[in-house]
Design a protein around this ligand. Structure first.
Ligand code: NAP
Ligand code: F7E
Length: 332
């Protein structure tokens, strides 16, 4: 890409799992990348440490609209990816109001700042399969009705509809990707996949003995984060803004994930896993399974990393991290 044609992208949530992979992808494509980080007493840039000097960081918080007005006016972005959120479902039960402010109303703040400063930019909203919740049909597709089961999912449903509303009201290029669970070695340690692979590595290395988990029967459509950020980018390269379901079209239980992860390092999970009701949720999402055919047909998007490889890659990465090798590696 020539300097004149170089596009600018703003990523909220750049310090998170997806933000860091999306930044990798956009830099590879020649974009100027501006990452929004919130002020913390200790910087939290571990996932983007390898990008130091390659991305520009700007301070902003989803609770504060003026920060986005300023960032957009200064950088005049071509594309805005809103990935920031309070994204952990259990925390949303304990902090429902904060989750609503950040994960729900935060989307309106970013959209409103965009409408006022750069309405011709293209906007991506990180919607979630959690919105399907107590599913009304399987597999879930773009037309499936939502039945959210947590304050997080309710907030995401607001974010989803406010994005649609700005598209319809102001003719803005604003779209949502309804992404099913996606994981990687950069996944936050409290999410079940990374909690499992971290524990497997520790048990294998003699650093821990047991792993306490909640509902082993919950089923998720798990894919790889590196594949999913590609879908986000593709969604902003279309002629018209549209929403897409992004998933693998396969579903597996937490129990299957556990079996594979322990088995990969030659351990019997039954000797180490303890089911602890403390990790049950007030309302559970029992089964998620995507129908990603619209993304395949329209975007030409297909996932490259399958379930088994994802589990093994995450276990290997945690073993490497704990034995002193590279702490973070590319997912795909
Ligand atoms: P993540 O790792 O939890 O990252 C969340 C990001 O949001 C972090 O950079 C965090 O910053 C930032 N953030 C939180 N509160 C903020 C605030 N008040 N102001 C500004 N930034 C704030 O999440 P992820 O897994 O990358 O997911 C990315 C997005 O996709 C999220 O919106 C999530 O809800 C959604 N999503 C995720 C999945 C999935 O399976 N991963 C599936 C569907 C949708 P700090 O580093 O400072 O905490
Ligand atoms: O739970 C069960 C738990 O926390 C998955 C977020 O990225 O994906 C994520 O939300 C399942 C649930 O992810 C433990 O009950 C059992 O059924 O890894 P999770 P999530 O809630 O599906 C969606 C798409 C998002 O949008 C969210 O931002 O695993 N489970 N035992 C457990 N879960 C956790 N965390 N810890 C356990 O010990």
């Amino acid at each position: 890409m020539t300097q004149a044609a170089r596009k600018t992208a703003v990523i909220t949530g750049i310090t998170g799992q997806d933000g860091s992979y999306l930044a990798d992808l956009l830099l590879e494509q020649g974009y100027k990348v501006v990452g929004v980080v919130r002020r913390l007493s200790t910087p939290n840039t571990e996932r983007i440490a390898h990008l130091e000097g390659k991305v520009e960081l700007a301070q902003g918080d989803l609770l504060d609209q003026s920060s986005f007005t300023e960032i957009f006016a200064k950088h005049k972005p071509d594309e805005i990816y809103n990935l920031a959120a309070q994204s952990f479902v259990p925390t949303s039960f304990g902090q429902p109001l904060l989750t609503g402010e950040v994960t729900g109303l935060g989307v309106a703040r970013v959209l409103e700042a965009m409408r006022l400063t750069c309405p011709k930019a293209r906007f991506y909203q990180a919607s979630s399969s959690e919105m399907y919740g107590k599913v009304v049909e399987t597999p879930q597709r773009e037309t499936t009705r939502f039945h959210p089961r947590s304050p997080y999912a309710v907030a995401k449903a607001y974010g989803h509809y406010i994005t649609l509303n700005y598209r319809e009201s102001y003719d803005m290029y604003a779209c949502s990707g309804i992404l099913f669970n996606h994981e990687s070695p950069r996944r936050g340690i409290e999410f079940v996949t990374r909690k499992i692979t971290d524990a497997v590595a520790k048990i294998k290395l003699g650093l821990a003995k047991e792993l306490r988990l909640g509902n082993l029967e919950a089923r998720r459509d798990w894919g790889c984060a590196g594949d999913y950020v590609r879908a986000m980018w593709l969604m902003l390269q279309q002629d018209e803004a549209e929403d897409f379901v992004v998933g693998t079209g396969e579903t597996h239980s937490v129990r299957e994930f556990v079996e594979l992860a322990f088995g990969h390092v030659g351990l019997d999970w039954k000797r180490h896993v303890i089911v602890d009701p403390a990790f049950y949720r007030p309302a559970e999402v029992d089964l998620l399974l995507s129908d990603p055919s619209h993304a395949k047909n329209k975007l030409g998007w297909v996932p490259e990393v399958g379930f088994e490889n994802l589990v093994k890659m995450m276990v290997d990465a945690d073993v490497e991290r704990l034995t002193g090798k590279s702490p973070i590696r590319r997912a795909a």
